[in-house]
Design a protein around this ligand. Structure first.
Ligand code: KG4
Ligand code: ZN
Length: 357
């Protein structure tokens, strides 16, 4: 799906890319210019719609992308004073994600590109996340270690270069954010309840309950969070279910997640010897996690960066940026007019010769 390598004859430094993200429950669009950077972006989150059902309903997600995508693109073009004819390429998230949701962005992106006679660029969603710190810090240079920690992902990634990523570890079951949301539901906090659980935890008494730190006594950098949610359920059922008990359980759960992440990050930093850690994804908003990682950084002489949440949760800007960087490298096959979506798409398959894992 990707053309590899740098073809200098194709490198174009002055290009404008429209990016489209629709892999899950956020419709994102953005315009990224290879010299002027991000011209603007728009985002519509479906979270309120799915809250009623306690999680993302794929069919509703697709339908909502259909309704929101073109109006968002029109609004963005008008706000930035850009005409469709000014675009040099259209980048869209091709996977991984929900197939119906992906198809909305892919069909729209490919059709627009076809109509304009410009390349359509299928982008891997995680490649977008890994590049996104550059949206707020264009000087940022690899190598660095990225912790991607959201409702859908929990991964430690070695970003050796902008074309060379290696997943060092990932969750074997629930993502950390998903475990926050499920535990929040057990405690009666609604969906998505991660932030509310963190607020409740602030009222808890440390040490009232001790939760396990899953998989820390095994070698390697993978995670497993689904057992913690079960532990929370059993603890809650055995408690007196008062507000105080709920706060104590919330705190014990939060500490267990944060400590588990901290232990694996420390291990990954030792293994890679990278000095910079980037924390992306919605769980990166967690105050305890931030403080703990800042303390770790001070102790181990590391640099820890938390890019602004608007760029580390799902957004169109990271997809436009990934597309623009590909244009910059000259790694674009202008004949890519097909509609490509891959609901399951291992990151490692992007650069098979570079990224063996
Ligand atoms: O990156 P994100 O916005 O999107 C997706 O995963 O789609 O992450 C959302 C996740 C949710 O699971 C939410 O509960 C969690 O991030 N989250 C938090 C906090 N704020 C958001 N988890 C723990 N503490 C928080 N303060
Ligand atoms: Zn994402």
């Amino acid at each position: 799906m990707y053309s590899q390598g740098l073809d200098k004859s194709k490198v174009k430094l002055n290009s404008l890319v429209l990016g489209i993200e629709s892999s899950c429950d956020e419709t994102g669009v953005a315009l990224y210019h290879t010299i002027h950077g991000l011209l603007g972006h728009r985002l519509f989150s479906q979270v309120e719609m799915h809250a009623e059902y306690g999680g993302v309903v794929p069919e509703l997600a697709s339908r909502d992308h259909v309704e929101k995508l073109l109006p968002l693109i029109r609004e963005l073009l008008s706000a930035t004073n850009v005409r469709l004819a000014d675009l040099d390429a259209v980048a869209y998230t091709a996977g991984p994600g929900l197939i119906g949701a992906l198809l909305v962005g892919a069909c729209t992106g490919a059709a627009l590109a076809f109509a304009l006679g410009k390349p359509a660029l299928p982008v891997h969603h995680l490649e977008g996340h890994l590049l996104s710190p550059m949206l707020s810090d264009p000087e940022l240079q690899p190598p660095f270690l990225t912790l991607l920690v959201s409702g859908g992902h929990t991964m430690l990634i070695d970003v050796q270069d902008f074309e060379r990523f290696e997943i060092l570890g990932e969750t074997l079951d629930d993502a950390a954010g998903e475990a926050f949301d499920k535990t929040a539901k057990i405690l009666g906090l609604g969906y998505p309840g991660g932030a509310r659980l963190a607020e409740l935890a602030a009222l808890g008494r440390e040490g009232a309950y001790i939760f396990p730190r899953p998989m820390v006594d095994r070698p390697g950098l993978d995670f497993s969070f689904s057992g913690l949610k079960t532990f929370a359920l059993n603890t809650f059922n055995a408690s007196d279910r008062t507000d105080a008990a709920r706060a104590d359980i919330a705190l014990a759960f939060e500490i267990a997640v944060v400590e588990t992440l901290r232990i694996k990050i420390e291990r990954a930093a030792q293994q890679t010897r990278h000095r910079t850690l980037i924390v992306a994804g919605g769980v990166g908003a967690n105050r305890r996690l931030r403080l703990r990682l800042q303390a770790l950084a001070a102790q181990k002489n590391l640099r820890v960066l938390f890019p602004p949440l608007e760029f580390c949760t799902d957004n169109g800007a990271m997809i436009a940026l990934a597309g623009a960087m590909r244009l910059n490298r000259g790694a674009v096959d202008s004949a890519e007019f097909g509609i490509n979506v891959q609901p399951r798409w291992p990151l490692a398959s992007l650069y098979p010769t570079l990224c063996p894992s």
